[in-house]
Ligand binder design. Structure first.
Ligand code: HEM
Length: 456
């Protein structure tokens, strides 16, 4: 038996005291902490921290059980209270039950592979703006922070596709405000000592100011559109959401739902894709033979042209590089579900009321499914290799009915951005820099990703 395999007979519980837990978390960081728990306690590691009890879900069979086969028993209850209250309201990531079902049905048509192709011109224009800016960069021996650059690019993409935002001041202000809300929510989740929100602490004040700014901006967009005849509305996601009607009831989305879904799409959709692109550039810098093959593919198909939808189908290796990046650096390395009623997974009793944590970062390194798991190898993504693998050995977008709504959007966006940037620039890690991979909501490098940008 490998130490990764959870044996129901011997499966014991990891229950450090609270001070020990805090010490371990501080020393190792969350990502290492959970990886060690997997190594030591197996594919369904059982943990108790004070009153909080949870299971890490690593084995692909268990990933399927939680997300697909018995998904009604694994809901988004109190695990999502914080994000629901502070950030996403009733938007799709945090909502549940009938409201979630109705909203998912209303929103799904805007995210089909065909529907998102409509956004290709935005992906191209925003990437071109970044290329122009990078051409204007000064000395090539000055590293730039690639994480920030990618955040700026993906924020521009999502704000343009959603709101057709034209002013760059609006873009930067909205991006900064939503990021303030995200940081505040994340710090509240991590911090066991919570001060009341009404207290005028600097953090509370910053949060409420940012939230007001975002809410006011969206209210203003709604008012502006309604003051115009419909045929003058921009053809973007917000207009589509405003115009859609429930097939059964004929109801439109309320203003508060339009706001919550807009914030949700922005939050769910920009940082995740930015992290993926950042780690793709890192992986390429460490694997020159992969980079060479990718540049060859891109140069032979595109030359100097911008990609069309048809071109993208001729760029399979580029997409394989993106998928391999999502395997080793899944932007959402862990997610949570609350167990509704007692259940059993692979012979292990799972009590109702506890939490399970599907853990893609670990599943994607499981040696039974990924030979030589730490090696960055895009050839794992040929159609034959994919077909031969366990279907739930890869779950960067979760799986089943709550699978990421924007998965196709994000893959298309990343494909276009990679296809335009990689043949034009070579990015090398700043000399001596060793990124420290951590979980900071999304996956991130604790000490940044400074890279030298050189024109090819
Ligand atoms: C690499 C990029 C992305 C990754 C790794 C990712 C990952 C995920 C994951 C793991 C979930 C499940 C979260 C949970 O259950 O708590 C999720 C949900 C979601 N994502 Fe993404 N995401 C990405 C990009 C996007 C983009 C670009 C959009 C929108 C344009 C988006 C919109 C959503 C929405 C709306 C949900 C909630 C779906 C539901 O519950 O019905 N995501 N995503």
């Amino acid at each position: 038996m490998t130490n990764h395999t959870s044996d129901p007979q011997t499966n014991n519980v990891y229950s450090p005291s609270v001070p020990e837990l805090i010490r371990q978390m501080k020393k190792k960081g969350q990502l290492r902490f959970f990886m060690d728990a997997w190594q030591d306690y197996g594919d369904l590691a059982h943990m108790k921290f004070g009153p909080q009890e949870m299971f890490l879900v690593v084995h692909p069979d268990a990933v399927r059980h939680v997300n697909v086969s018995n998904s009604d028993n694994y809901d988004k209850l109190d695990s999502y209270d914080g994000v629901r209250e502070l950030l996403l309201g009733d938007g799709l990531v945090a909502s549940r039950g009938d409201l979630w079902r109705r909203q998912r049905r209303l929103m799904a048509p805007f995210f089909t592979p065909r529907a998102i192709e409509q956004h290709l011109p935005v992906f191209i224009a925003d990437t071109q703006a970044m290329i122009d800016r990078w051409h204007g960069l000064g000395a090539e021996d000055q590293p730039i922070e690639i994480g920030d650059e990618m955040m700026l690019l993906t924020a521009a993409v999502i704000l343009h596709t959603m709101f057709s935002t034209e002013s760059s001041d609006d873009l930067l202000e909205t991006k900064a405000a939503v990021e303030t809300m995200i940081r505040y929510t994340a710090s509240g989740q991590a911090n066991p000592i919570k001060l009341p929100r009404w207290m005028p602490t600097p953090a509370n004040r910053r949060y409420f100011k940012a939230r007001e700014l975002v809410h006011t901006y969206i209210r203003m967009l709604l008012t502006q559109r309604r003051s115009l005849p419909q045929d003058q509305w921009p053809d973007d996601l917000l207009s589509k959401m405003m115009l859609t009607r429930d097939v059964d009831t004929g109801e439109a989305m309320s203003d508060s739902l339009l706001r919550d879904e807009s914030i949700t799409i922005f939050v769910a959709g920009h940082e995740t894709t930015a992290r993926t692109l950042t780690f793709m550039f890192y992986a390429l810098s460490q694997n020159p033979h992969v980079e060479r093959r990718m540049v060859d593919e891109l140069s032979s198909v595109l030359g100097d042209r911008q990609p069309t939808t048809a071109d993208l189908k001729q760029l399979p290796y580029t997409l394989q590089v993106i998928k391999e990046t999502l395997r080793l650096y899944p932007a959402a390395p862990i997610y949570a579900r609350d167990v509704v009623a007692d259940d059993e997974i692979n012979g292990v009793f799972i009590p109702g009321g506890v939490r399970v944590m599907p853990f893609p970062y670990a599943t994607h390194r499981h040696p039974d499914f990924w030979p030589d798991p730490e090696r960055f190898d895009p050839d794992r993504w040929t159609p034959e290799a994919e077909a031969a693998r366990h279907p739930y050995a890869f779950h960067p977008f979760a799986a089943g009915k709550r699978i990421c709504l924007g998965n196709n959007f994000s893959l298309l966006e990343s494909h276009v951005i990679a296809a335009m940037l990689v043949p034009r620039f070579q990015l090398r890690l700043a000399p001596g820099h060793q990124p420290q991979v951590v979980m900071a909501g999304t996956i991130a490098s604790k000490n940044g990703m400074p890279m030298l940008v050189e024109r090819r």
